[in-house]
Design a protein around this ligand. Structure first.
Ligand SMILES: [Fe+2]
Length: 488
């Protein structure tokens, strides 16, 4: 955005730069398994690729050789040589359709979340270059849109600085003038480089990013957020074929089960959104680990088990409602007896919504195939969950609700949840437990004070308390007011 300002761009173009910088990789999750099977650890490969001039054939070949060598490090030398030869020969054949696919997917996601035609067009030019040596269409010069060229230069400059330091970066960018980027933009960048980089290595938080957006801010309403979370779900699941549709299925099961249990509408919404995004932290872990048919090493298991943590970090930056979503994502593999991961969160730390999400995730995963096992039948998956209930790992009410919603015959009548409180009474209970008066609760829920009073009397008698403090303790015990991160 600093470079856009230095270039004196109008507000619309700056807005396009902003979105291009934030969203350019939203399609790059697609077909990652193909990339990984050709070149190994795609996260390391992507970092290496950021630092080279992709238009330079010998730099590109060197990077590919390095990636393949990393993958076949333990293989006999003859096999390594063969893999390198094959990899070099296939590099473009394999990469071109994958990278073109990334652009197409990015454009479709942008369309689904209502971004402008211009932003979509930019996303479709992700790997295009000034000299025409890019992808997907080999556009050149001004046919590559200015926000694309500008963001590519800015990102490369940052990656090169991280790899080689500021001085070397400026030399390397200067050398690429007329190649990857137009000379005019390179000159402008170099003239201001020091100022552009001042303080860039400091912490970047949500406020910093929001402050960069040209006014007025674009906001999503509840319905648009729903679409955005759904797009996120599809984006996450497109990484590996066996995940296709996983997050959608978990969301629909968890949402239905939450409703069946009589949770308040806001909890049902949160659990659905959390289900859409629950595996976003998997993106921080190389595909090859998830695709492995054999056993993982202890180190790989540790890395994989950190994905709820990475997910929580990613979503917490949304602020507002995102914090509740992040708290659920953090707990999606938690178990009541503390045997889950990544933190050993336990029963009291798991809200009804968190229990529903864990049960829905466990059921849906069991009935999907994974590289190391075939899918279970629905009946076998149900039996597996009921065993987990018996062993004190999953919540019986959450599991029965999920299974009923998945069309499984009920084992027993679903227990009356939360003393038979209505969704509205749960909302009122939460507010008074958090220290609000009946009047304040009424205002927040947009109901008459008299109605709030009635709800309070009714819920007190249902849970068998007669004071606010008693009700607050009940809310704590039931996990109704817990949203912060689990305590290790
Ligand atoms: Fe997960």
């Amino acid at each position: 955005m600093r470079l856009a300002e230095a270039a004196d761009l109008d507000v619309d173009t700056r807005r396009n730069v902003y979105h291009q910088a934030l969203l350019r990789y939203i399609g790059c999750n697609a077909d990652t398994h193909l990339l990984a099977s050709a070149f190994g650890d795609e996260i390391a490969l992507r970092r290496d690729l950021q630092r080279i001039d992709i238009g330079n054939k010998s730099e590109l070949a060197e990077t590919i050789v390095r990636a393949i060598t990393r993958t076949f490090a333990d293989a006999p030398p003859a096999e390594l040589v063969k893999a390198v030869e094959r990899g070099l020969a296939e590099a473009m054949q394999v990469s071109a359709p994958i990278l073109s696919g990334h652009c197409e997917v990015a454009q479709r996601i942008a369309e689904r979340i209502g971004l402008s035609d211009e932003i979509r067009e930019n996303l479709g030019q992700l790997y295009e270059r000034w000299d025409g040596k890019g992808l997907p269409s080999g556009l050149s010069g001004n046919a590559v849109r200015l926000p694309v060229r500008l963001v590519t230069l800015a990102q490369d400059a940052i990656a090169l600085t991280e790899a080689h330091g500021f001085e070397t970066m400026t030399t390397m960018i200067a050398k690429r003038a007329g190649g990857g980027y137009e000379a005019e933009l390179v000159n402008l960048f170099l003239a201001h480089a020091e100022r552009l980089f001042a303080g860039l290595d400091g912490p970047v938080d949500r406020e910093t990013i929001l402050a960069l957006e040209p006014l007025p801010h674009s906001m999503l309403d509840e319905k648009a957020c729903d679409e955005a979370y759904l797009a996120l779900a599809d984006m996450i699941d497109m990484r590996m074929p066996f995940m296709f549709g996983h997050s959608r299925a978990v969301a629909s099961l968890a949402g239905a089960a939450g409703k069946r249990l009589g949770l308040p509408a806001s909890d049902i919404r949160d659990v659905r959104w959390a289900a859409y995004a629950h595996d976003i932290g998997e993106l921080a872990i190389p595909v090859s680990i998830w695709m492995r048919a054999g056993k993982l090493t202890e180190r790989e298991t540790d890395a994989a088990n950190l994905h709820p943590y990475h997910g929580e970090r990613a979503l917490a930056s949304l602020g507002g409602d995102g914090k509740a979503i992040a708290a659920l994502v953090l707990r999606h593999h938690a178990r009541l007896d503390g045997s889950g991961y990544h933190r050993a969160a336990k029963g009291p730390d798991l809200s009804p919504a968190a229990r529903v999400l864990a049960a829905a995730e466990a059921f849906q995963t069991a009935r999907e195939a994974r590289p190391y096992r075939p899918p279970l039948s629905d009946a076998a998956a149900a039996a597996k969950l009921r065993t987990a209930v018996k062993n004190g790992k999953l919540c019986p009410d959450a599991v029965e609700a999920v299974l009923a919603c998945a069309g499984q015959p009920a084992r027993r009548a679903t227990a009356e949840r939360l003393a038979g409180l209505t969704p509205r009474e749960i909302e009122v209970l939460r507010l008074i437990a958090a220290g609000h008066t009946a009047k304040e609760a009424a205002r927040q829920l947009d109901i008459a004070p008299k109605t709030a009073d009635n709800h309070i009397q009714s819920l007190y008698s249902k849970i068998g308390v007669s004071t606010r403090a008693g009700a607050a303790l009940y809310a704590l015990e039931q996990g109704l007011v817990q949203h912060g991160p689990a305590v290790a």
